[in-house]
Design a protein around this ligand. Structure first.
Ligand code: ZN
Ligand code: ZN
Length: 180
């Protein structure tokens, strides 16, 4: 996600560039495999007084593993990115520039005026990661006894699938049977 913004930085405030985005992104549950996900969308870069304002709408499709039934599934979401970026080198004079105080050290434009949005996208992807990845809201999960996928089969055990959150309570109940 590298964009050459040297021309844009020479242009007056208000100038814009638009780019199409189509990038592989790593799966949240298998970050070592970058080929499993895809980010597509539109990037708009606006020349501001101090730097560049990046706006992007990114459609993300990543492969996750369901936390209940352990089956891989495609998760889709749409991210709205907004990030202000500052040059490290003055485009006109070639002198080193320090970004304004509010930039908090976030600089995504290198000395060759290449804008790198990979880190920005990574941040947004992390924030977008759900606490619990579910293939669908009412996923029935696996049988606690035999491990059968209860979405696709009805196993022979009577044991109802226990939500792991209630597992500790269920154990307590068996340890302390109610007095007759
Ligand atoms: Zn599932
Ligand atoms: Zn079972």
């Amino acid at each position: 996600m590298l964009y050459n913004v040297s021309q844009l930085l020479m242009e007056p405030t208000g100038s814009t560039r638009r780019f199409q985005l189509d990038e592989p992104v790593p799966s949240a549950t298998a970050p070592e495999n970058p080929a499993t996900g895809r980010a597509t969308g539109n990037v708009r870069i606006l020349r501001t007084h101090h730097g560049l304002l990046v706006n992007a709408t990114v459609n993300v499709q990543v492969q996750d593993t369901c936390a209940r039934c352990l089956v891989p599934y495609d998760r889709r979401s749409t991210l709205a990115l907004e990030e202000e970026c500052y040059p490290t080198v003055d485009p006109a004079t070639g002198r080193n520039m320090s970004p304004p105080d509010e930039a908090e050290g976030v600089v995504h434009i290198d000395t060759r005026q290449m804008l790198d949005l990979s880190d920005v996208l990574r941040q947004y992807l992390l924030t977008d990661q759900p606490l619990k990845t579910l293939c669908r809201r009412d996923c029935r999960g696996l049988c606690q006894e035999c491990g059968a996928d209860l979405n696709t089969e009805k196993c022979k055990c009577d044991a109802p699938a226990i939500d792991p959150r209630w597992g500790a309570l269920a154990a307590l109940k068996t340890e302390n049977p109610a007095p007759p």
